[in-house]
Design a protein. Structure first.
Length: 118
């Protein structure tokens, strides 16, 4: 069964790679400009969120997702570098981290595990 995956990534190369890796699923990629209502209406099974988005936007999006009854249970994978992981992650973020550079197979494994666990 196809799963819905939303990738919010400012790098087209990363978005294309993730879409290719998950081609057996319904992958929707967006860059810095994300319509929260679109996420709410699509209700993806998992969201992959790049940490290099403007940090205020990243945090606002994460809190909006987790504060909304319709989206609060959607797992979020934050793709981050080691320094960001240690220093500037949004307080309360407790879903899943992938440290960059990442192994593509590991990312797919984490996405599928989160979908299966939900």
């Amino acid at each position: 069964m196809k799963k819905k995956i939303t990738v919010i990534e400012d790098s087209n190369d990363h978005s294309q790679m993730i879409s290719h890796l998950l081609s057996s699923h319904d992958v929707n990629c967006a860059n810095n400009i994300v319509d929260f209502h679109n996420i709410q209406n699509n209700h993806p099974d998992v969201i992959v969120l790049d940490d290099h988005l403007h940090s205020g936007f990243r945090n606002e999006l994460y809190y909006s997702l987790k504060d909304n009854p319709l989206t609060k249970n959607i797992p979020v994978i934050l793709m981050t570098d080691k320094d960001t992981l240690l220093n500037s992650i949004a307080p309360g973020f407790n879903d899943c981290f992938i440290v960059k550079p990442f192994n593509p197979g590991y990312l797919v494994h984490k996405i599928i595990n989160l979908i299966d666990a939900a």
